[in-house]
Design a binder for this molecule. Structure first.
Ligand code: SF4
Ligand code: SF4
Length: 131
């Protein structure tokens, strides 16, 4: 007689995994074909007001640097853009997603997005830099 644990293990060998390959940004941009064939599990929606990767509206920024003063993780640096205007540069790999910079920005040019797939091989990649 086959022990129940062995039966379970054999069954698992032929069961589709519930998880996806990670990081998912290594999967092609258009995942619809994978979804249609049932090769990947669709992501679940994130919660309302989820604090994911930040977004930055460069043109709206007035360079007041309030965000730099409140950031506890030293994510934000002061920079001057090509037109000589005071702007910021953010190293998202250091961010703790506390949201303090969003709250303090007087012109509301920083936002949280639902994006949570931030795994990367390069800490300085474009995906992890906002400017
Ligand atoms: S969310 Fe918090 S840690 Fe991230 S950049 Fe803003 S203030 Fe800094
Ligand atoms: S608080 Fe807002 S306006 Fe001020 S520097 Fe930061 S992003 Fe720009």
């Amino acid at each position: 007689m086959i022990p129940p644990m062995l039966k379970y293990l054999i069954k698992q060998l032929f069961t589709k995994p519930f998880t996806n390959l990670f990081p998912a940004n290594r999967v092609p941009n258009d995942t619809s074909a994978f979804l249609a064939k049932g090769k990947i599990t669709p992501p679940i929606p994130v919660a309302e007001n989820y604090r994911g990767k930040l977004s930055y509206e460069h043109d709206k920024c007035i360079g007041c640097y309030s965000c730099i003063r409140v950031c506890p993780a030293n994510v934000i640096k002061a920079v001057t853009d090509k037109d000589g205007k005071r702007k910021i540069k953010m190293d998202v790999s250091k961010c703790t997603f506390c949201g303090q910079c969003i709250d303090v920005c007087p012109v509301k040019c920083l936002h949280s997005t639902p994006e949570f797939l931030l795994a990367d091989y390069d800490k300085k990649s474009k995906n992890l830099t906002l400017e």
